[in-house]
Design a protein around this ligand. Sequence first.
Ligand SMILES: [Zn+2]
Length: 281
Amino acid sequence: MTLPHPMQSLAERFVQSQNANDELDACARAVRKHACVRTEAAGATNLLAMAKAKGISIEHRNDCAFEGMIERDASGAACIVLRSTLNRTRERFTLAHELGHWVLQEELLEPIAGRLFRGLSTSRSETKVEERLASLIAAELLMPMEPVRSQFDPNNMMASLHSICKTFRVSRTAAIRRLADVTDQSFLLLQVVPFRFRDFDTAAHIDDAIYATARRGTFFDRERTRIAPAVPFRKTLERSVRLRITNPAKGVVDSVFESDFRDSPIPHVFLLTRPNYRSAR
Ligand SMILES: [Zn+2]
C-alpha cells in the first residue's frame, strides 16, 4: 500500500484507492467490491443483507443525536445506529449513507483492529468531503450508475425520471440529482400550479424549483424562481412548452420543457428541461 501524500485530499485518495477515473467510478467500484448482495430491482443493493454479510450490526435508538451514525468498538466491529423515529424512506437513505461511511473506512483506513477507531477525517473541510462521498456511495447503493444511465432517454426525460423513481423506490428529488450526476448534465425540474385553485386560465405559479447540476450541490429555490413573461397554467399542459425562467442566482433559462400533468391531490404540472443558463440582463 502506498502512503498517502499529506496534501492529497480524501477524495483523491479514495479515487486512487479504487484505480478509478473519477469519484462516481470510484463509488461504483467500491460498492461492487463490498455490496455482493444486490437482490433488489435493477441491481440496487439490499442494504440489510449487505450489513449482515459484512458483520455490521444495526441498532435503533430513541435518543440518537443524529439521524444515523456509525460506531466502531475497540476490535473494529461496526455498529450503525439509526434514530428510531425515522420514516421508512428516511431510514433507508440514512442506512445507505452510514454504509457509505463504512465503505470509505474500509477502503481508506489502515487496519483498525486492536485500537480504538479514530475516524477518517482530520479537519472540518475533510469532514465535508467525507459526508459528500458517503452520500455518493449511498446513491450508488440505492441507484447504481449503470442501470440509471441506461434507463435515461434524452428524448423522453420525464418518462425516464419517473421510471427511475419507480424502479429504485426513490423520490423525484433523489432521482433528478442522481440523473444529473450519472449523465453529467444539468436539469431544471419545476412544479407549477394554477395561481387560483382549479382555474387553469390563471397564471402558472412555481410551487417547486430544483436545479440539479452534476457534481455540485442541488439548488432549491421556489421562492425566487419566476416564469417571465407569465403564462396561463393551461399553456403548461402542452406536452412540450417553451418557457423563460428567471432566478437571481441562476440567471435566465429559455428552454423547451417536457410537461406532465397530475390532477391529484391538486392540479399540478411537472416541467423538466436541460437548461442553458444565461446571465440575467
Ligand atoms: Zn454522514
